[in-house]
Design a protein around this ligand. Structure first.
Ligand code: GLY
Length: 325
């Protein structure tokens, strides 16, 4: 994707004329060193691991994959990997995607059962196939063929939660109206030499309709990365995110000159412009450009985005800007 002139883009964005100041610098203009930007509280552990892998000679793809594995393996995170809350039938159904901004190459899996590290299977889709996305049984068979071990992904806690949900005659289902948390791990990373990778992994909406696929495994929706421009990831209501091709939209705003923060805010505003009810949506986004500049925003404080930022050797927790009340 070619960056376009920042001033031209800003002229085309309503209400942002004041920001039309400087030309968008080339990716190679400065080297901020490695940066790891990851959604939610668990992003801190993911960043630590990613930085460790990268420091010890791993590639940026290795770093993002291994960083996300930490959260997939953690049973206390009930929205990702092992211990993720199951679908309406009590089956843990995982989605993940990984994109290499250098090769412009993505791999993803969706509706994957019994394999706790879908991001690693997505990585193998990149490295061993000419495909981009594998789903369901095919994804499972692919993983088994490569030596991934199938296992029960329900923990006693997630089974208990599903049984409570199932036993509740007033339970909320997605045949009606969604209203639960869904907190993906999304990571966008920069190696300091201009290479970018973005990845995300999720068990999706708790008690979703079996077969549902949302943003996390859809390239351009849950993740997108392009060395020339930047990378982005989305977390929250993956059905909403899919309808706005959220991550590629953010990267395209950046290509036209927006900063990562401006680009994150712009996509959320567009969601509200097309439907004002989206003000109360669970929607949050992160973005990073090759200069190491970060963007992070969420729709409202009820879904307050927290994210971990690893930069210059420090790993800190921050909050994204909430745009609406
Ligand atoms: N954003 C994760 C999901 O809705 O599946």
């Amino acid at each position: 994707m070619e960056p376009v002139d920042r001033r031209e883009f800003m002229k085309s964005m309503a209400g942002t004329a004041a920001l039309a100041a400087a030309d968008f610098p080339s990716a190679a203009a400065s080297s901020p060193g490695p940066v790891f930007l990851t959604t939610w509280e668990w992003g801190r552990n993911a960043n630590e691991r990613a930085a460790e892998v990268f420091r010890s000679g791993g590639s940026l793809l290795d770093a993002v994959e291994k960083g996300i594995n930490v959260v997939e393996d953690d049973p206390s995170v009930t929205t990702v990997g092992y211990g993720g809350l199951p679908n309406a039938e009590g089956v843990v159904e995982l989605d993940a995607a990984l994109m290499d901004g250098t090769r412009h190459r993505a791999g993803s899996v969706c509706n994957l059962h019994m394999i706790k590290n879908p991001i690693s299977v997505a990585r193998q889709v990149i490295e061993r196939t000419r495909h981009t996305t594998l789903a369901g049984q095919g994804a499972l068979q692919f993983a088994i063929k490569l030596g991934f071990q199938p296992q029960q992904l329900l923990t006693p806690e997630s089974l208990k939660k599903w049984m409570e949900w199932k036993a509740n005659p007033d339970r909320q289902t997605f045949w009606l109206k969604p209203g639960r948390n869904h907190d993906t791990i999304g990571m966008v990373a920069l190696d300091g030499q201009g290479r970018m990778v973005a990845g995300c992994s999720t068990s999706g909406l708790a008690f979703k309709i079996p077969g549902r696929v949302a943003d996390s495994s859809l390239v351009g929706c849950g993740v997108y990365a392009d060395d020339n421009v930047g990378g982005a990831s989305a977390t929250g209501d993956g059905d909403l995110m899919t309808n706005y091709c959220t991550s590629i939209s953010i990267v395209q705003f950046m290509a036209r000159g927006a900063s990562p923060q401006e680009a994150c805010e712009e996509i959320l505003r567009r969601m509200v412009k097309t439907d004002s009810r989206n003000r109360s949506a669970q929607a949050a986004v992160i973005a990073l450009n090759p200069r190491g500049e970060v963007g992070a925003a969420c729709m409202n404080p009820q879904f307050q985005l927290k994210y971990a930022l690893w930069k210059n050797g420090a790993n800190q927790m921050c909050e994204g800007k909430a745009l609406y009340e």
